[in-house]
Design a protein around this ligand. Structure first.
Ligand code: CA
Length: 240
């Protein structure tokens, strides 16, 4: 079973979560603030399989905690708890490197399902990495390589570490290259979101992917905006 760190200052929420996650068979630790969580995850190198990270924390907020983790190349799955009705929280959450989010107050069954989903993908990734199958899960285009196993994108000398969300979005766009993909489709098919999420979250993801892929992000050659529709991936753009 998995070891989960809950970063939440509201003790009744943290304790309730712990109770329910322990009932699912997980081991659970609680951090009451961001500084403590970063100390445990980065400086003390404690091993966890997943972090449930509240945004509203005393001192460092959840966004800062997530981005510090990613800056230090810690890519532990992060499920962020955002405030309901604040799409900007969702945007900032994804930008700071969260893998998934849930608005508060959350439904416990949904939270546990999301956590199981992230953990399944993590263990799947580990199995793939440890067994080193001869068939690499890579996609090459225009002198770039996306390694979906290592969650890395290599572009010349630069190696970018992708979050699970970035990797999933890129994989979906690549699989559907040749046609435009709508924002709604991305929300449903890539992120499994049926709810009415602000689709600008996707635009921000595209901006980030363009920074990794495009030589001139403001004049994209691979991740094209299709006006009124969404986005389309082009592996080998036509030379003019
Ligand atoms: Ca809180």
């Amino acid at each position: 079973m998995s070891r989960i760190l809950i970063v939440e200052d509201e003790s009744h929420i943290a304790q309730g979560l712990r109770f329910n996650l322990e009932a699912e068979g997980h081991t659970v630790e609680i951090s009451g603030n961001g500084e403590d969580a970063l100390k445990r995850l980065l400086r003390q190198g404690e091993k966890f399989d997943l972090v449930v990270l509240d945004v509203m924390l005393p001192g460092k907020d959840g966004f800062s905690v997530a981005s510090e983790l990613r800056q230090h190349h810690n890519f532990i799955p992060v499920l962020m708890l955002t405030a309901r009705g604040r799409p900007e929280d969702v945007l900032k959450g994804f930008e700071s490197g969260a893998d998934d989010y849930l608005p508060k107050p959350f439904n416990l069954d949904i939270l546990i399902a999301r956590i199981s989903g992230l953990l399944r993908r993590k263990s799947w990734l580990q199995t793939v990495q440890e067994s080193r199958p001869p068939q690499a899960d890579e996609f090459r285009f225009a002198a770039k390589v996306v390694d979906f196993q290592k969650l890395q994108l290599r572009n010349g000398e630069n190696v970018f570490q992708l979050t699970l969300m970035e990797s999933d979005l890129l994989r979906y766009l690549i699989r559907n290259s040749g046609r435009p993909v709508t924002r709604k489709e991305i929300l449903e098919q890539v992120w499994g979101l049926k709810e009415d999420t602000d689709t600008r979250a996707i635009d921000n993801f595209i901006v980030r992917l363009r920074r990794y892929i495009e030589s001139e992000p403001s004049r994209p050659q691979h991740l094209l905006t299709v006006r009124g529709l969404g986005y389309q991936f082009v592996a080998e753009p036509q030379k003019h």
